[in-house]
Design a protein around this ligand. Structure first.
Ligand SMILES: [Mn+2]
Length: 374
């Protein structure tokens, strides 16, 4: 059957800003087929308003480099909102102001997560492979022997001097106190707090023309006994139903969601993609090594446990027209950069994903729009 589908997926790259990234916009612009970035303002702590002037300056810098910026990552939700404390209203008001400021500057998608205390978590940020590249690694058994404070210490001391998303010192200063509070918060309570947040922010997004895109839990299970509610297809569906609106959508991360072999990545992508609830996608591969044990891998299907061809094919099938970026890569060729966010392996990943995309679209008779390259 000949289809006349226009494949408008936009291939971009994550960039942490001029002061917090080892990579320049010029380097990103030289990756063939890369048209823009997912940006962020890492200097603002959760609960702080991102000023419109700063957002506008970032957008201008990116545009001056000939790239687009329509997705913002890591507008982090203050812990008091997740814990449902009385102070949450103040932080929700600040979040709403940030949403309005981002929308004023042309941002279309805001990526965030609702993971209590810990954002993404690894037990080793630089595990050597036989080819002398290094990858991020997770072994749940190793967490049994360390305290939450130790894992924070380990992670920040091995980040090559870069800030890591979700590991803001401000947020972790009162770690022990926060952990005690979570002892009385179960999944249902967390979900209620989540509903309260969405009820406040989604109408603002609808009005402002932006979409909230929740990133799944990483890894896809609870850690240190703290509840997590965004790591199975059913849980993600439940979150979308908390406020049923296109503005309440997903940032589907194949490596996070796929860290559990119980999760069927292509099936979930198809489910949410057909319902138009995927605003943007992080695509990467991981390799299962045992029970709750995995390492990150090069993007190529043969290098890991996920089928990247199948993943890209589903995105083509559902007519995905949002933003897609390669996610964490290995550290290769002697590069020193923020763990997971070096230039070389992610650029290889992007090129590979674009190759899959072109082949799939052309062989499925979609109108494949080739990115013009200067
Ligand atoms: Mn991700």
């Amino acid at each position: 059957m000949i289809r006349e589908q226009v494949c408008l997926m936009k291939m971009v790259f994550r960039w942490f800003g001029a002061h917090d990234d080892s990579i320049s916009l010029e380097q990103i612009g030289q990756i063939p087929g890369c048209t823009g970035i997912f940006g962020s303002l890492p200097q603002y702590a959760p609960g702080e308003v991102w000023p419109e002037n700063d957002i506008r300056a970032l957008v201008q810098t990116v545009h001056d480099a000939g790239l687009s910026i329509e997705v913002i990552e890591s507008v982090n939700v203050h812990e008091d909102i997740k814990m449902g404390l009385p102070s949450r209203d103040r932080y929700i008001d600040a979040y709403i102001q940030t949403i309005r400021n981002l929308a004023q500057c042309g941002i279309k998608v805001i990526v965030y997560n609702f993971m209590p205390v810990f954002d993404w978590l690894r037990t080793d940020l630089a595990r050597p492979l036989p080819d002398h590249s290094t990858v991020m690694y997770y072994d749940d058994a190793m967490l049994q022997n360390v305290s939450p404070e130790q894992i924070v210490e380990q992670t920040s001391s091995k980040s090559n001097g870069f800030s890591l998303p979700g590991w803001e010192p401000e947020r972790l200063a009162e770690l022990r106190q926060v952990l005690v509070r979570y002892e009385s918060i179960d999944e249902d309570k967390l979900l209620e707090n989540y509903r309260y947040f969405l009820n406040a922010v989604i109408p603002v997004c609808e009005q402002a023309g932006v979409r909230m895109a929740v990133h799944p839990d990483d890894p896809a299970w609870p850690v240190f006994g703290i509840p997590r509610i965004a790591h199975t297809q059913e849980q993600l569906e439940r979150i979308l139903q908390l406020y049923d609106s296109p503005a309440n959508s997903l940032c589907f991360c194949t490596g996070s969601f796929g860290s559990s072999p119980q999760n069927d990545v292509p099936a979930a992508l198809r489910h949410f993609g057909e319902r138009q609830r995927i605003a943007c996608v992080h695509v990467r591969n991981i390799k299962f090594l045992g029970h709750k044990k995995f390492q990150e891998a090069a993007h190529l299907s043969a290098c890991g446990s996920l089928d990247l061809y199948e993943i890209m094919k589903v995105l083509c099938d559902v007519g995905f027209d949002g933003w897609l970026r390669p996610d964490h890569g290995r550290m290769i060729w002697g590069e020193r950069a923020r763990p997971g966010y070096g230039l070389y392996d992610r650029a290889l990943g992007l090129t590979y994903l674009n190759g899959l995309w072109e082949a799939i679209c052309k062989s499925h008779h979609c109108f494949y729009l080739e990115t013009s390259v200067n």
